[in-house]
Write a protein that binds this ligand. Structure first.
Ligand code: 13P
Ligand code: SF4
Length: 320
């Protein structure tokens, strides 16, 4: 514990010395989120992280999250130095959507508008007409559908299926999935609901359809935190990464938050819904990135960044 405090003190001093700001995703470990809060940084969903970094006056952004979040920050603010605790932190959706294969898929349907989830590489974004995050995906697809656009959706098939169901839009879909949300199990969740009949179920739409069906509220990380606060239930079963419990508990201190069961849950493992890449954002890695940026700085090819900026800008203008 003393060692952790020493790390935090050194990081605080380095953030000031380097005029840097720490921006953390809700899925990072609670101590990282607390550190962002204590140092004037920010804890947010992927859309808000991008906006905050763009508008903040610091010269250096430290993005505690996964690679696509660092890349998005760099694309939006090419003049700032963007660091990540580790460049190895990726995402199964990004990994499952290589640009050459995805481009080929898009080329086969040239009359379609290409909508990609933010959880993709800069190159995939550069191939898209629109980028969306889970906070705004429904609104954007609804808008495109109302204009009669034919849509290609990638890469998350569960989020895509949820959007199709909600909007009535038909989309050609890439078959990616999030390894964390894909693990929630409907049978076990039904059993848990029977144990807590008064609890509401909160679900991130990267979860499979049979989990979404059991939800009282479906939404992005920020939307789920709002729902946790506004729902009348005193007990909440939460089907998303357990990192979210830190801010969710702050939003509703009087409520009991219960982790939804995953395939790995059981007597020995009750905390399996945690993204292994988000977990790589530790104190040691943050300090290291601040001391020496080598191997921590995010670079995006400027031509690619210019292309990727177009669909990102569309999303941000739509959201404004
Ligand atoms: P949000 O856009 O809801 O923050 O989600 C990002 C993510 O990686 C979800 O798994
Ligand atoms: Fe990607 Fe899933 Fe991790 Fe989010 S939780 S970063 S979607 S692997």
């Amino acid at each position: 514990e003393a060692e952790r405090q020493a790390y935090k003190a050194r990081i605080k001093a380095l953030l000031i010395e380097k005029n840097a700001v720490l921006i953390a995703h809700y899925y990072t470990d609670p101590e990282i989120q607390a550190l962002a809060e204590e140092t004037g940084g920010y804890v947010a969903d992927s859309l808000e992280m991008a906006r905050f970094g763009r508008d903040h006056k610091a010269d250096t952004l430290i993005i505690a999250g996964v690679k696509f979040m660092g890349e998005t920050a760099k694309i939006l603010t090419p003049n700032k130095k963007v660091l990540m605790p580790t460049l190895e932190a990726t995402c199964s959706l990004d990994l499952g959507c290589p640009v050459d294969k995805f481009s080929e898929f898009c080329d086969q349907h040239p009359d379609h508008t290409v909508v990609v989830y933010a959880n993709t590489s800069a190159a995939v974004k550069a191939r898209a007409d629109w980028v969306v995050t889970s906070a705004i995906a429904l609104d954007i697809v609804e808008h495109l559908d109302s204009e009669g656009k034919k849509i290609i959706w990638g890469p998350d098939r569960h989020l895509g299926a949820y959007i199709e169901k909600q909007t009535g839009a038909e989309m050609l879909m890439w078959q990616g999935a999030c390894i964390v949300h894909d693990e929630f199990k409907a049978k076990a969740l039904k059993d848990m609901k029977a144990v807590y009949p008064d609890a509401a179920v909160l679900v991130h739409p990267e979860s499979p359809a049979n989990i979404v069906e059991l939800a009282d509220a479906v939404g992005s990380t920020s939307q789920l935190i709002k729902a946790a606060h506004s729902l009348p239930n005193k007990k909440l079963i939460v089907a998303t990464d357990r990192g979210i419990f830190y801010k969710m508990q702050q939003a509703c201190p009087d409520k009991e938050l219960i982790e939804a069961p995953t395939a790995g849950s059981g007597a020995t493992c009750r905390t399996c819904a945690h993204c292994p890449w988000m977990a790589m954002n530790g104190l040691q890695a943050i300090e290291k990135s601040l001391i020496d940026a080598t191997g921590h700085e995010v670079f995006v090819d400027p031509e690619l960044a210019k292309q990727a900026m177009i669909p990102l800008d569309r999303m941000l203008s739509f959201a404004a």
